[in-house]
Design a protein around this ligand. Sequence first.
Ligand code: ATP
Ligand code: MG
Length: 558
Amino acid sequence: MLSETIRKYALKNRKDFGKTNPKSIIGKVIADFPDAKKDMKVTMEEASRICEEVNVLSDSDLETELSKYTFVEKKHEKKELELPNAEQGKVVTRFPPEPSGYPHIGHAKASFLDYETAKKYGGKMLLRFDDTNPEKEKPEFVDAIKEGLQWLGIKWDGEETYTSDNMEKFYSYAEKMLENNQAYVCTCTGEQVSKNRELQAECDCRKLSPEEQKSRWKKMLDGGYGVGEAILRYKGDLTSDNTAMRDPSLFRIILFAHYRQGEQFRVWPSYDFAAPIMDSIEGVTHAMRTKEYELRNPLYFAILKDLKLREPILVEFARLSIKNTKVGKRHIRPLVKEGKVEGWNDPRLPTLKGLKRRGILPEAIKKFVLSFGLTKAESEPVWDKLLSENRKLLDPTSPHYFFVPNPIKITVEGAPERTVKMKIYPDKEEVRQYSVKDTFYVPRSEIEGMKEGEIFRLKELYNVKMIENMDEVKVGYMGEEITKGKKLQWGSEPLDCEIWKVGDLFLNGEYNPNSLIKEQGYCEKAVLDLEVGAIVQFERYGFCRLDSKEPLRFIYSC
Ligand code: ATP
Ligand code: MG
């Protein structure tokens, strides 16, 4: 029966997402009961009647009713990126970075979730710079964020927007709240405010009439109060168990030139005030944010309700943290300032610029961050997971070369002179070639301790036998036949090359001063034809990205 089918999916939808509506269930209803399509008007009317009933059921009634039904889960469906109450073609998400630093892998997680979920539902993702903190923000960071997203392959819909372009709007919403007795100007000291919050006590400012509040607000805007002398606070609930509701601040005075708005404003909205308004007026249907904001959800909705603005759906996900790394801007900024790293693009940092410099591909970052799904489950992965994704992607595409770490010179007695051609890619014809005589450089660690008579092979060349392993190393030519022994990469010319190997920037929570190891060695000459940024596979060594040609430097990737 139609109504039975509708009820079944309405119950499930309410259970999964807290609320149900006809549009979210109609697809499933039709799939189960194709006749429902015959008269859509009747079906939709029936569906909205049933959804209303289901929405007001108590949780226990909901459970009892639901237990009567069984649901077949579609195995292949990727559950993690599912949004509650999402309508195909109508979903709007947004990525709202603050331009106060370079984007990092946490931003990659948030923006990929925003982007991929929007794409999944045929909707769009907006890019909004959340820039109402004049002290920290800079155009440099706006550019870096846009560049980072482009590098990741994330496309936002239309022009990016800026929260700070809406200041007049925020002021008029603030006035509306003052008129409706929903906010007040508080001139208590910060200390008093915290104390009252703790005591759940209201201050005298809260009791003033809306007229007095409005004149205080005007004074705030006109410069009658200095920094810290007045804030606009939300009239929340001082007795609430949720501290976020204890009259949070909505506007504060900041005397600092804004990178985009200049000096025209001295009163700036807080995140709590600006974020819900922006989400609402920009048409965002699903606003995702990290789990630690969950306590602030009631405030988000209370502000919108007071202002009679449309309420988006909030979706939380877990903040990404990585073992022995500090992901947040607030942790990275001081490292840059104190010179503990080279800059925002230091390859030890989890910034996108740092990762790029380390030869991590955007595709690997995408796989890594999306592997956690749109869930609130916390984890603290190690870099290995990202690096192994990266290796999988690089292996089939990277050109092969030789790098000889900490080289030692060897001379080959009876060496046949020749021009050796070596494939750059295992499965392509392209080669690099060298004329070689009797002198080579090989990794010292492989030679040390080697006994007289031991046989090894110079890769792509021939076998040699150890004759004398003293200060001077002498070996003898032993023929061409490929055997099972050690095969060493070599260099025929001493081309100096440095490889930076990055380790954990933090150990036991402390900055690790030995996190960057610089290894010296010789590199084969063909790498000089590469462009900076090329990622190669140094045989028997690993994947490295060309960071500079003068001096010649690579960064070890994975
Ligand atoms: P930071 O600690 O780096 O300053 P933030 O949250 O203040 O982080 P914003 O630029 O305001 O940085 O963040 C933009 C978006 O990216 C937000 O939606 C935020 O939740 C998300 N985001 C930031 N860091 C992470 C992270 N580590 N994991 C997942 N999402 C993150
Ligand atoms: Mg922030």
